[in-house]
Design a protein. Structure first.
Length: 297
């Protein structure tokens, strides 16, 4: 079975559902509020576990009620939390507004995630034992870079989701095997709004790139190969929160199982399509049997 390590964030998502998101200075009335365990790291860990991998989470939660619930949620999903630290103070939170078209706007408060600025004892051994390491940018860059360098030193595939979008140091990209930005993140990294142009530019820094295109699917580019796109199943979105993390978690599992890239991307797209038809982030992520059914439909 594929073993995936995830170094990243755990947040409690505080989600307000509204007909239309408020503009600056505007107040609107929502119809529902939920607290849903999330965070890009935890989301990817849960997505990978439900997709069939053995998953270990490296990160931190606070010593508050949110922290206890976040740890419990990961464990219930089958994710090992032996390397999930508990720190003094609050857990991370994400404040999310979801509109009736399934779009979202998010404000992240790092909380305990901000303390994950280095690898703790035992983290290197865990990363070395994995088939892939999943990274995002909701913890300090120092830890992300340390994780990527550790994975590279042990021949472990590093998959980086550059979100929240920001310019990245060349040394981090140099230690990245597969970069998975969405269109906005690819534009932030390169200055190019066209996904094909952005992907080509990113190949100067990483060997493989997957640009996620939402309902249009994904674009794959690699050094020395012709780029190609893989469509996504056409579905009606209810809530797109966590769809990108579902895609990455499922993609890591498919690649760990040695599926060809085109098939792996289609399989990951099937997982993401299932997730957007349900509310919440981690709560929406499909199980392997569901992905296989969607993939073969």
């Amino acid at each position: 079975m594929t073993h995936i390590a995830v170094l990243g964030s755990t947040n409690m998502d505080l989600v307000a559902y509204v007909e239309k998101a408020p503009q600056r200075g505007e107040t609107v009335t929502g119809r529902e509020f939920r607290t849903i365990p999330g965070g890009k790291g935890a989301n990817q860990a849960i997505a990978a576990a439900r997709a069939g991998a053995t998953v270990s989470m490296i990160g931190a939660v606070g010593n508050d009620a949110f922290g206890a619930r976040l740890r419990s949620t990961l464990e219930h999903a089958g994710v090992s939390t032996d390397h999930l630290r508990t720190t003094e103070g609050p857990s991370g939170t994400a404040h999310i507004v979801v509109d009736d078209e399934g779009g979202n706007a998010i404000v992240v408060i790092p909380g305990a995630n901000g303390t994950v600025d280095h690898l703790a004892p035992g983290d290197e051994g865990l990363i070395a034992s994995a088939d892939a390491l999943l990274l995002q940018l909701e913890i300090p860059l120092a830890a992300v870079h340390a994780g990527a360098q550790t994975a590279r030193a042990h021949g472990v595939r590093t998959i980086l989701t550059p979100a929240p979008a920001r310019p990245l140091p060349p040394e981090l990209l140099a230690a990245t095997d597969l970069l998975v930005p969405n269109e906005h993140e690819a534009a932030t990294l390169t200055g190019f709004t066209d996904p094909h142009t952005a992907a080509t530019a990113l190949l100067d820094q990483v060997p493989e790139v997957v640009v996620t295109l939402g309902a249009a699917g994904s674009l794959y580019a690699a050094r020395g190969a012709e780029p190609f796109t893989v469509p996504a199943p056409q579905v009606t979105a209810v809530d797109s929160t966590g769809a990108g993390d579902t895609f990455v978690g499922a993609l890591a599992v498919a690649l760990g199982e040695s599926r060809p890239m085109r098939e792996a991307l289609a399989w990951a797209a099937a997982a993401a399509a299932l997730s957007v038809q349900r509310a919440g982030a981690s709560a929406s992520m499909p199980y392997r049997s569901e992905i296989e059914a969607e993939f073969t439909a």
